[in-house]
Design a protein around this ligand. Structure first.
Ligand code: IUR
Length: 283
């Protein structure tokens, strides 16, 4: 990092509603990732972002800095087009468990690098871990091999992928700073751009069980993420889906896995089948 900044100045600037210059944003993300900015300082900064937002150029830089905090995978060698899906999180949302094998069976490769629960929403990894012996942490080479051989992988985003987000995600979870369009958009898109997928479908949840409770906010989040993905060369589309009640019949890790398997076997509740098939078509 060339320039050095005083983090308290940056917190004050954001608190006052100012947009940070590119070098300051890059410095802040790098300093936090490497432990030179403390959790309590970043918490204050994030809370200021929740209230004050980020300018578009600030968000571009923030997302780029998160990507630059780690490695960017190259999936070109997989031999088929890659397309991933990401949901902004809901209750009973087990769509990935059905969607990933379904889309892979159609001939594209799905590199589903998933996350854990955030706030009140469940995470795909937590659900999969209810299967005894299932392993979330795959080395990159193993992940790539599985993607090449069977066209699908669900695993954790490795420690080398957007490590800044790993720290920020955990901090946001315990500081009431999840519900912010720029923070959600940069968190999701930094990981998805870094994972190397060539196309991405975003399932933006809207309703009382989602982080975005209004249609306007959900639309803005979707537009923001599509903009970040497109600018980074990832063919990105978004759909808005309702989250006013749990998806399917179950909420709870093992129950959701069982429901997903039932759905793959041709059963499954109507709402889950409908949304999964709709997303699969776009992918
Ligand atoms: N998923 C993420 O990866 N990041 C977020 O901020 C949310 C969901 I909300």
């Amino acid at each position: 990092m060339s320039a050095d900044f005083d983090v308290v100045d940056l917190i004050r600037a954001k608190r006052g509603g100012h947009s940070l210059p590119a070098e300051a944003v890059a410095w802040l993300i790098d300093a936090y990732t490497h432990g030179r900015v403390a959790d309590e300082q970043m918490s204050a900064y994030l809370m200021a972002v929740v209230w004050r937002g980020m300018s578009p150029s600030e968000l571009d830089r923030w997302t780029a800095a998160m990507i630059d905090s780690g490695e960017r995978l190259d999936l070109a060698g997989v031999g088929r087009p890659t397309v991933d899906k990401h949901s902004t999180g809901g209750v009973g949302d087990k769509v990935s468990l059905v969607l990933v094998p379904l889309v892979a069976a159609c001939g594209v490769a799905v590199p589903q690098l998933s996350g854990r629960g955030l706030g009140h929403t469940g995470g795909t990894l937590d659900k999969m871990e209810s299967i005894p012996g299932w392993r979330a942490d795959l080395p990159v080479e193993r992940m790539r091999r599985q993607l090449t051989e069977i066209g699908a992988v669900i695993c954790a985003a490795g420690a080398g992928l957007a490590p800044a987000d790993r720290k920020l995600y955990a901090l946001r979870d315990v500081t009431g700073t999840v519900e912010s369009i720029p923070l959600i958009a940069s968190s999701i898109m930094s990981k998805k751009i870094a994972e190397g997928t060539s196309a991405l479908l975003l399932d933006v949840k809207v309703g009382s069980g989602a982080f975005m409770t209004s249609l306007d906010d959900a639309r803005e989040l979707a537009r923001t993420m599509v903009g970040l993905g497109t600018a980074a060369g990832v063919r990105t589309e978004a759909v808005l889906t309702g989250m006013d009640h749990p998806l399917g019949r179950t909420a709870g890790n093992a129950l959701e896995v069982a429901e997903a398997v039932d759905t793959l076997r041709g059963g499954g509740p109507k709402d889950l089948v409908e949304i999964t098939v709709a997303l699969a078509r776009v992918m």
